[in-house]
Design a binder for this molecule. Structure first.
Ligand code: GLN
Length: 280
């Protein structure tokens, strides 16, 4: 693509994406890939549409396009994803933050503000750290991040340092196992897909860590089952456990909360108005 104008290069990417069946986001992806390859902002790109693509930029763009045509998620290629107004570094070691998970953050913020003291919070299955780091930024709270994946924790640590200016305490292990403390809020977007749902996800979602997606058990709820049980001994009096799950699971998850002695169990809807968060 060397020597093509930026406008021609963008059009070439767009067509290639359309032909590969990436129809919904072809135009957006083409622009984002070109912005990344040229290090230009959206506005500068428009101002320089007639300028030729240099050799180095062309090589970069061709590489990014090839990855995208191979269903690499755009966030992994750009190595970033916006969540709750902040830009998180992401790569294939972590799940890409989803807008629907902002519902979980909203729920935790509203509840935290009803507590008299600065809450102690743990974000279990933190992945990129998007949930816990956002809570640390939005609230006066002490936040711990935990994950079973060492790789995920190193991404979360980088995000904490760059977005907060300081690291957050990290715990490595299965759900709450590595902790012997009590918290006012246990918040988690754990893996909850069934093995069958994992097979049915879009081609780019298949590139995300299966460990972050599959919840185990016939109903995908084994991780959540364990987390609910563990939480009963890790919550301060009046504290809350808040979980994201699939809208087809909320009734069952509410029942699991009840069975473990939780009261005041509520659900919250996501941006598609589907029940997404259960807390109690
Ligand atoms: N907590 C992270 C997120 O919400 C990662 C979730 C996960 O790995 N299951 O994106």
């Amino acid at each position: 693509m060397e020597g093509l104008s930026l406008a021609q290069a963008k059009e070439m990417c767009r067509k290639a994406l359309l032909e590969a069946g990436i129809t919904d986001t072809a135009d957006l992806d083409a622009r984002l890939l070109l912005e990344k390859a040229t290090s230009l902002s959206q506005i500068d790109l428009i101002l320089h549409y007639d300028s030729p693509l240099g050799k180095e930029q062309a090589t970069l763009l061709e590489g990014y396009l090839k990855a995208r045509l191979d269903n690499e998620p755009i966030a992994y290629i750009l190595q970033e994803k916006e969540f709750y107004g902040r830009t998180f570094k992401v790569d294939k070691r972590v799940l890409i933050p989803r807008p629907d998970t902002e519902t979980l953050v909203d729920t935790a913020i509203v509840f935290a503000k009803t507590l008299k003291k600065n809450p102690k919070i743990i974000d279990v299955c933190t992945g990129s750290g998007c949930v816990g780091i956002t809570l640390a930024a939005e609230l006066a709270a002490s936040v711990t991040l935990s994950d079973i994946s060492e790789d995920a924790l190193s991404v979360a640590n980088e995000n904490a340092c760059s977005l907060l200016g300081h690291p957050l305490p990290l715990l490595k292990g299965n759900l709450l196992c590595p902790s012997d403390e009590k918290y006012d809020i246990i918040v988690s977007n754990p893996p909850y897909l069934t093995a069958i749902w994992c097979e049915e996800v879009a081609a780019d979602v298949k590139k995300e860590p299966r460990l972050a997606l599959e919840g185990f058990g016939n109903d995908g709820l084994d991780c959540i089952r364990t987390l609910i049980k563990q939480s009963t001994t890790h919550l301060e009096k009046g504290g809350s456990l808040m979980l994201e799950c699939d809208y087809r699971q909320t009734a069952k998850v509410a029942e699991l909360f009840r069975e473990s002695g939780f009261t005041e169990i509520r659900s919250e809807k996501d941006l598609s108005l589907r029940e997404r968060v259960i807390w109690g």
